[in-house]
Ligand binder design. Structure first.
Ligand code: 6PG
Length: 288
């Protein structure tokens, strides 16, 4: 299967450092939330777990950005969750609550967590899918998130779609529990049908330790084991090239983001983009 991040220019935003990265993404989210709330009265987003997004959540919660968002029209889900109690330090919901939800006036009823995933992962996933279907607008016959924020693991996993895990093959359900052998743990995750129907998929990746996997996901059609990286199969073509985006001011770009469904963008600091920049240098020098 062609890597959707590759067959056309993936839209890649590279920032000098992590601070510039999280500020840049915060600006994009403020504008996208505004455009979505103007367009259909709400902003429905799925947020990522892990450690990379923590500085972003902290930045979005600062008055500089939080004061620009109508939080009562925001609805937040999780693109994946660990099967742990909600008060566990492993819980993605707890991490996002500590760094974002607890600092902004988003109504509690607009925050969606998994119900007792540590007790019955499959039931928790089924109930979550029902909530997703209830709160998301439909497009292409499926619930459509305005934005899904994703991270990238060193093995090319995203959300909790890990290499060789059963959920990679799920074509119907939108949210499933997924046995991750390498972690010897169950995880709850969005599946490709749901992820790939989002209006906007944003990958947030920072740090030199991710530069090799970023390059691999964006430039290799398959991993060394002969299968694709899970992250490579998320998102459809971002029909816009960087030049087209740069011509527009942000409001227009956000409108363009909103209207063209299935746009996938990468938000990287220079350290995470190192493999790409050296690659593009080669390409550039080769094409001179
Ligand atoms: C999780 C995330 C997972 C994460 C990657 C990257 O539940 O951990 O959803 O997909 O985004 O593992 O994690 P880091 O940001 O900690 O490197």
């Amino acid at each position: 299967m062609m890597n959707p991040n590759q067959s056309q220019k993936a839209l890649i935003n590279v920032y000098d450092d992590e601070l510039a990265l999280v500020r840049g993404l915060s600006k994009v989210i403020v504008d996208l939330a505004y455009v979505c709330q103007q367009h259909h009265g709400k902003f429905v987003a799925a947020l990522s777990g892990g450690s990379t997004p923590i500085p972003f959540y902290n930045m979005l919660a600062t008055s500089e950005f939080a004061s620009l968002i109508d939080w009562k029209k925001c609805y937040f889900f999780l693109s994946d969750e660990r099967c742990v109690p909600i008060d566990s330090d492993e819980s993605n919901y707890k991490m996002i609550h500590d760094h974002l939800y607890s600092k902004v006036p988003v109504p509690e009823e607009n925050l969606f967590k998994l119900e007792n995933p540590e007790k019955d992962p499959q039931k928790a996933a089924e109930l979550y899918e029902q909530q997703i279907r209830k709160y998301c607008e439909e497009e292409n016959g499926l619930p459509q998130f305005d934005m899904v924020l994703l991270g990238l693991g060193g093995d090319g996993h995203t959300a909790s779609l890990f290499p060789d895990s059963p959920a990679l093959k799920e074509k119907k359900r939108l949210c499933v529990s997924n046995k991750v052998e390498k972690l010897d743990a169950e995880r709850i995750t969005f599946t490709y049908p749901l992820l790939n129907n989002a209006r906007n998929v944003y990958f947030l990746v920072a740090g030199e330790n991710k530069s090799d996997i970023v390059r691999a996901v964006l430039t290799e059609s398959e991993s060394k084991s002969g299968t694709g990286y899970p992250a490579s199969l998320v998102g459809a073509l971002p029909p816009r090239t960087r030049e087209e985006q740069e011509e527009k001011d942000c409001a227009q770009t956000c409108t363009v983001r909103l209207c063209e469904s299935n746009s996938t963008e990468w938000f990287l600091d220079e350290a995470a983009a190192k493999g790409l920049i050296s690659q593009s240098d080669t390409v550039t020098s080769g094409s001179q």
